[in-house]
Ligand binder design. Structure first.
Ligand code: IMP
Length: 184
């Protein structure tokens, strides 16, 4: 069960987890979200207050964009910053900086029975000069992954799910679930 109300994240998670034979249900309660720039601390805390419907394992995911030329801003506050000041404001803030490197971090916390396990993933890249592309969500139109010339907004969800921070974290969770299943 994926505890989220973000439809984009659900679509990506379904695509990422399908090869592991994991069919994903969703659950629109994220637990209590604290204010912290580190996504790991955000999910660890939220998982504590997450109730697992029907005793099924449930996970949450928190992610953020960390821009080096802005001292790591907007970090775990990414969704609020996007809603309040938008993509263009990030580009404006960066206009004077010669460091456009950035990364996305994803942290997944899986709560099963009496245990909470955290998995992480990171995608390095740079911030583009202008927004490009219509795919994806959030900061995708201004983020160019390392080794790419296109923004995440210009590549398909399939391609994004091969390399993304969320894919790395979720694949680590799937691998752990696989190991756990064979040892029980
Ligand atoms: P939250 O994890 O629901 O707190 O939201 C994270 C926010 O970070 C999203 O609303 C986006 O603004 C941004 N974000 C996280 N992951 C991605 C991604 O894969 N692409 C683009 N933006 C992202």
């Amino acid at each position: 069960m994926f505890a989220t109300s973000n439809g984009h994240k659900v679509q990506e998670a379904q695509m990422i987890l399908a090869p592991f034979g994991i069919e994903l249900g969703t659950y629109p309660h994220k637990g209590v979200e604290i204010q912290d720039e580190d996504v790991i601390r955000v999910v660890e805390y939220a998982a504590e207050s997450l109730s697992s419907p029907n005793g099924i394992g449930v996970f949450i995911e928190d992610s953020g964009l960390y821009v080096n030329g802005l001292n790591g801003f907007p970090a775990a506050y990414s969704s609020y910053v996007l809603k309040s000041i938008g993509l263009q404001s990030i580009l404006n803030l960066l206009a004077e900086s010669d460091d456009r490197t950035a990364h996305f971090d994803s942290a997944v916390a899986l709560k099963s029975e009496d245990e909470i396990k955290v998995f992480t993933g990171r995608l390095y890249g740079t911030i583009s000069l202008t927004p490009k592309g219509k795919h994806g969500f959030g900061f995708d139109p201004i983020f160019i992954p390392e080794g790419e010339t296109r923004t995440l907004g210009e590549i398909s969800m399939e391609e994004k799910c091969k390399m993304s921070h969320r894919a790395l974290a979720l694949r680590r969770m799937a691998a752990w679930l696989g190991v756990k299943a064979t040892h029980e």
